[in-house]
Every structure is written in C-alpha cells, then in structure tokens.
Design a binder for this molecule. Structure first.
Ligand code: TMP
Length: 219
C-alpha cells in the first residue's frame, strides 16, 4: 500500500515546525506510522547541502546553481527517505517541498515558475504531495518572527540566515508566489490564513488531514 505524502509550506517564521510536531504526535497517537523530514536536509548528504545553502557566509551563489542544489537535496531525500517510507505505507510529513523552490527561487530570486516546474519533472520522478498545508500568517509578523529567530540562531553559533536576511521585497515576492501556487493548485493546497492561536491552527490541520486520510485508510 502506498502511504500518504503531506507537505508544509510557508514563509520563514510561519510556525510550520511547531505544527508539524503537533500533527506528528496526534497521528502517532491515532496509530499511524509517521515519518517527519525537512528540506533542505533530512539526509546526511542533504544536511551538507543545507549547510551550504543556508549559511549567510555562502557568497555569490548563482540563483540557477541554488535552484540545482535545492533539487539535488530533494532527489536525495526522495530516494533515501520519502519513497521508502511511502512504500511502507507510512505518512510522510515534509517541511517544505517543490512549492518552496517555486516560491523562493521562482518568485524570490525571480527565476520564474517554469524552470522550477520543469526541474521538478526531471528530478522528482513524478512524486507530488497528496496534500499541502500552506501557512500564510500575516506577512509583517512572519518576517519579524523570522528575523528574531535568525538573531537567536546567529547568537548560538549556527548560521542559517541566508534567506531570512534577504530584504522585504524578496519575501514579498515569495509570499505572492505562494498565493499564485495556492490559486493554481487549489485541489492540492489548503491555505491556513491569518493570526490564530497554535491550537486553533492545529485543529484545522487535523481536520483537513483526517478528511484526506479517510478514503486512504478505509480503502
Ligand atoms: P527552514 O528549514 O527553516 O524552513 O529554512 C529553509 C530555508 O530555505 C527557507 O528560508 C526557505 C529556503 N528554501 C528555498 O529557498 N528553496 C527551497 O526549495 C527550500 C526547500 C527551502
């Protein structure tokens, strides 16, 4: 039996990681086998690619090279983690997937959607999420949160601020591209809007996921 592939998307600081943790715990309590992973990262090779991509000391990385590295990381994660888990019938919760590349490299870096979607065809072997939760909190609050987190991680010695320290216009383009993706792929992408409590967002996510899982688990 094939499992269920669920991806989470949103701006930096949108609260994805908290929601993924809470959903994973909920699904496990309900008896599901769950694999949690993230991009970039999630494999040993991916962690090395992540370090290169997110370190703000990485300078002069060409946007197309950046695009290629995002997909190299993804291809490795699909081969090593995602496909094997889905083949075992597990639910895979993935923090970011190709929509991030379309939003950040396509929108933020202005490469456009087309090269991203074409690379997806080549690099992802036809794998698409069964459901994508897009957390679009208020733009200004997300950005402020991301910047605070960036300062904290910089103070702790890990440097992952390369995207978070981009200017506001970059993040606006990411935001707009996410909106465009959600409108284009409304069957797959569920948008959770606005400033709600962690618990309220969690309840909405559980509802969405259980509704989608029902036909899978009762098949
Ligand atoms: P995160 O793991 O904290 O969400 O950070 C990952 C960063 O990498 C985030 O700023 C978004 C960026 N990113 C891209 O630019 N393109 C991608 O394809 C992915 C997966 C992430």
């Amino acid at each position: 039996m094939r499992g269920f592939f669920l991806t989470f998307e949103g701006l930096d600081g949108s609260g994805k990681s908290t929601q993924i943790r809470k959903l994973a715990a909920h699904l496990e309590r309900s008896g599901h086998a769950v694999t949690v992973t993230r991009q970039p990262g999630g494999t040993r090779i991916g962690d090395r690619i992540r370090a290169l991509l997110l370190d703000s000391r990485t300078e002069r990385l060409d946007p197309v090279a950046e695009l290629g590295l995002m997909f190299s990381d993804r291809a490795q994660a699909i081969a090593e983690v995602i496909r094997p888990a889905l083949d075992q019938g597990r639910i895979v919760l993935c923090d970011r997937f190709t929509d991030s590349t379309e939003a950040y490299q396509g929108g933020g870096r202005r490469l456009g959607s087309n090269p991203v979607l074409r690379m997806h065809q080549v690099m992802c072997g036809g794998l698409n999420p069964d459901l994508t939760i897009l957390l679009l909190a208020d733009f200004d609050r997300s950005l402020a949160r991301a910047r605070r987190r960036n300062d904290r991680t910089a103070a702790s010695g890990t440097n992952e601020g390369r995207f978070e320290s981009e200017d506001e216009a970059f993040h606006r383009r990411v935001y707009e591209k996410y909106r465009e993706i959600a409108a284009r792929e409304s069957n797959r992408v569920s948008v959770i809007e606005g400033d709600q409590s962690i618990e309220a967002i969690h309840r909405q996510i559980v509802e969405l996921v259980e509704e989608k899982l029902r036909p899978v688990t009762t098949r």
